[in-house]
Design a protein around this ligand. Structure first.
Ligand code: SF4
Length: 695
């Protein structure tokens, strides 16, 4: 144990890991952080924190940080340290050369859900205004883009409906495709408190997560469905609710589009949507599907919490709409204790989407083809803007491989490790002529970079993050940027090097600009956030000056709630004689995403590798014992993982995490994606498993 002494002062800021967005006190001695303690007045966490957040400061001061800008002509050349000015001028001249030779749309940008609202806003502004293209996307593309689409189509707003506190008023909880105990631990502890008070629980997940069965929690129903069948099981539950007259008819008549509802009622009533018909598809008993549907519809306040196990499928958007359908049919939207609640993976997934980091939308989810909105931004930014949507991340890769996309500015996102089908992504990156990576570390993506711009950690920046409950919380600078420039300053400097004037004195001015241009943010400012106790939930505007904890109270944002037909369509990724098992993925408590940060903190001592969970029956068939190295081979690629034999997974299903680059879980994931948003189908990969060695 190292005695770090007593703190001399403390700065309140927000955790930069998951979508809970816990408030923290960074306790300082001189200019050094000696401890991170959870902030008792933080409204998202109320004095609690998990192991990731408590140790987060470790990576900010890690020796692997790159603190000098670097350039190289070819990715096989050694890096050369250069000044900021030289690096930015080189990047700008390369982007302009590419645009001169290959056209305006041959370049684009990717921003990160780990960066602040202000930073992501600036990246999309740079791409639209300085590059003159809509080729901008966010890593939310690969996690919660179906949430944005599905909730906008049904409820009218691309966001969760509740506060985390709302769970304390719920009576029945559905957790589908989420493992909050590992991925959103502080929310999970609040949920578990409510469950211990007597709330009922339905878990829909291929795997036996901690919520299914633990010393003090026992789910009423665990529906261990086959990966890829979420839409089927939810449509079967809707069938029960409709055919057993469990619909909240007065709510639907008053609040919803009744013509769409009648069409939906007819659709879900069909025999092919019954639990009996869907049971075999889902691998779950019809009785359990019926029981779970009855419990949700009749058990009082019903709330649904979901994660990437819903969105990262070829029917991700359809499943989000199926969730919204269930909630509307039972009257479970628009008050405390109910609602549709996406558990966002990264700290600022909600914010990066809100800030217009999508190729088709300006900040506030307004389409680029909307002339009046576009004119508003043209006037504010002083340049003409494009009305056609740009390229999504997977389209950028395709275009790079076909030779029409040549230059990428990638801020804070390790796409080579985190995006599916690594070989495909790597080939696309290698085909580009100018890749600019702005990050803390030389990550997997930086292997394909020509310019490396040092990023700043959350402890080195002022700004805001928006968590899964739409809560905009302040991030406060604890130490000066180690590389001399904060991320927002770097983006501004790159824009200026490109010839587009972009200057602010402080991130608060960027938020003021966002507020001027975004109807749901017009009441947001750093001062107002301070006045409201450090955070505010959007919409925050003239109608809601103190923010909006619960959405859709009197009516849905879109007016009448709209039921959508959710026809189950099997994924193209099928198991076969050659690839007989289905691989699905998730997280562990101590690690975060690709692990670039958590692997560089004390957390690394607790989990040193990704493991492959395999059922005893499947393991026995293959002569595999816990600890053996096994080859995991799919139609996309092959990797090697250490096996752990466990009944947490069903026969026919294997599971792993994706926190360590050497495990390469995404070497095997495929190019299949959500039909509406191109969110990759990480959660279903047909694989063969073979024992390689024993330890
Ligand atoms: Fe809170 Fe999530 Fe950070 Fe843990 S990782 S401290 S739950 S914000």
């Amino acid at each position: 144990v190292i005695d770090l002494g007593q703190p001399e002062h403390a700065v309140i800021t927000t955790c930069a890991y998951c979508g809970v967005g816990c408030g923290f006190k960074a306790e300082m001695k001189g200019d050094k952080v000696i401890r991170m303690t959870p902030w008792k007045d933080g409204k998202a966490n109320r004095g609690h924190a998990c192991v990731k957040g408590r140790f987060a400061w470790g990576y900010a001061t890690h020796q692997d940080r790159i603190l000098n800008p670097m350039i190289r002509k070819k990715i096989t050349d050694p890096w050369q340290e250069v000044s900021w000015e030289e690096a930015l001028n080189y990047a700008a001249s390369e982007f302009r050369r590419i645009q001169d030779q290959h056209g305006r749309d041959a370049v684009g940008g990717i921003t990160s859900s780990r960066c602040t609202n202000e930073e992501t806003y600036l990246v999309q502004k740079l791409v639209r205004a300085a590059f003159g293209t809509n080729n901008v996307d966010t890593c939310a593309r690969v996690c919660h883009s179906p949430t944005g689409y599905g909730l906008k189509m049904t409820l009218g707003e691309s966001a969760g409906t509740q506060t985390f506190d709302s769970v304390m008023h719920t009576d029945v909880v559905i957790v589908i495709g989420a493992n909050p105990s590992a991925a959103h631990p502080v929310f999970a502890s609040r949920l578990k408190r409510r469950l211990r008070q007597g709330a009922r629980l339905i878990v829909i997940d291929p795997r036996q997560t901690e919520l299914v069965s633990s010393p003090h929690i026992q789910a009423d129903y665990h529906l261990p469905l086959r990966p890829g069948t979420n839409t089927a099981i939810l449509t079967a539950m809707a069938h029960v609710i409709v055919t057993e007259n469990l619909v909240n008819e007065s709510y639907v008549a008053e609040r919803c589009d009744t013509a769409a509802f009648e069409e939906w009622r007819q659709f879900v009533s069909q025999p092919q949507n019954s639990p009996e018909a869907m049971a075999e598809i889902c691998g779950v008993s019809a009785d359990d599907i019926r029981g779970a549907a009855r419990l949700y519809a009749t058990g009082g306040n019903g709330s649904i919490y979901y994660g990437l196990g819903v969105t990262e499928h070829s029917q991700g958007s359809t499943t989000v709409m199926a969730i919204a359908n269930l909630a509307m049919a039972t009257g479970n939207v628009g008050r405390e204790g109910v609602g549709v609640n996406p558990l966002r993976g990264q700290n600022n997934v909600q914010g990066s989407c809100d800030m217009g980091s999508f190729p088709h939308e300006f900040p506030g989810y307004r389409h680029v083809s909307d002339t009046s909105v576009r004119q508003q931004f043209e006037q504010a930014w002083g340049v003409p803007l494009q009305s056609e949507p740009g390229l999504r991340i997977p389209n950028m890769f395709e275009a790079a491989l076909s030779g029409s996309f040549k230059g990428l500015y990638c801020q804070g996102e390790d796409i080579v490790q985190s995006d599916p089908n690594t070989q495909h992504v790597a080939a696309a990156m290698a085909a580009m002529e100018c890749v600019v990576v702005q990050d803390l570390f030389l990550n997997e993506t930086a292997k394909y970079a020509h310019v490396f711009l040092p990023g700043s950690s959350f402890l080195e920046k002022d700004g805001t993050f928006t968590n899964a409950e739409r809560r905009i919380s302040r991030v406060r600078k604890v130490m000066e940027p180690k590389a001399g420039m904060a991320d927002w300053e770097v983006t501004c400097a790159l824009a200026r090097a490109l010839g587009y004037p972009m200057s602010y004195d402080h991130p608060s001015q960027i938020m003021d600009e966002i507020a001027r241009l975004t109807p749901t943010f017009t009441g947001v400012s750093y001062q107002r956030i301070q006045e409201l106790g450090g955070s505010v939930q959007w919409p925050c505007n003239e109608q809601a000056p103190d923010g909006t904890p619960t959405m859709h109270i009197d009516q849905f944002v879109r007016g009448k709630g709209r039921f959508m037909l959710t026809q189950y369509v099997p994924t193209e990724e099928r198991s076969s004689r050659k690839f007989p098992l289905l691989l699905t993925t998730g997280r562990i408590l101590s690690q975060y995403n690709v692990g670039a940060q958590t692997r560089r903190t004390e957390n690394v001592a607790w989990h040193a590798e990704d493991l492959l969970e395999i059922h005893p029956a499947d393991a026995e068939d293959r002569g595999i014992r816990s600890g053996d190295k096994v080859s995991v081979k799919s139609r996309a690629g092959e990797t090697v993982l250490r096996a752990t034999v466990t009944e947490r997974v069903q026969p026919g299903v294997v599971y792993t995490t994706f926190h360590f680059p050497e495990s390469g879980a995404n070497v095997v994931t495929t190019n299949n994606s959500d039909w509406a948003t191109n969110c990759p189908e990480y959660k279903v990969t047909a694989v063969q498993i073979q024992r390689v060695t024993s330890d």
